[in-house]
Design a protein around this ligand. Sequence first.
Ligand code: IYR
Length: 217
Amino acid sequence: MNRPPAHIPLERYDPGMPAEEAAGRFYDIMRRRRTVRMFADRPVSEETIRRVLLAAGTAPSGANKQPWRFVAVRDPEIKRRIRLAAEEEEREFYTRRAPPEWLEDLAPLGTDEHKEFLEIAPWLIVVFKLMKTDEGGQVYYVNESVGIATGMLLAAAHHAGLATLTHTPSPMGFLSEVLGRPAHERPFLLIPVGYPAADCVVPDIGRKGEGEIVVWA
Ligand code: IYR
């Protein structure tokens, strides 16, 4: 006979203040997050990165399969290999692969094929999505699940005062090779993490306002 799955009482999180105030405080933190491409070489402890990754791992996922793996790279030799491979792909992208409209859209960001931040940032977190479980089982809503986990990772790092960059060298297959990851893990995002450089600047671009992103119905 089938037994119903075990359920336990929810351990509810109480912010200790009205929801409106808590939501406002969190927004006030989050609105100061910027994507950063100029990092300081100042170290970040392994324990900090562990806590950020554990926070990311609390994300909801399809059928609770948790189809993610986070590879935290600090070895300078591996970072160098990643930089060289990424710059090779990016050179192709900027000189050949990218259509003109894409390059136009990127112009305000001032990006190019040079990716020294991949060696300067103390940590590179490589997010992989699992196309099968480690046991070979089915996974569900993988992009949604890993996307949510990655968003939580970015929020956790920002909350700790760290800067991040969501970097997408394309194609990203070299990351599997350099990091020796198995075939059921696919590179999803490469995220340098560290403190921003003292002279860090960011593009003068804005965010859409409430009227553009929210519909009340
Ligand atoms: N992957 C390239 C190009 C790039 C693409 C998008 I879409 C961006 O928002 C930013 C950059 C690079 O990292 O330079």
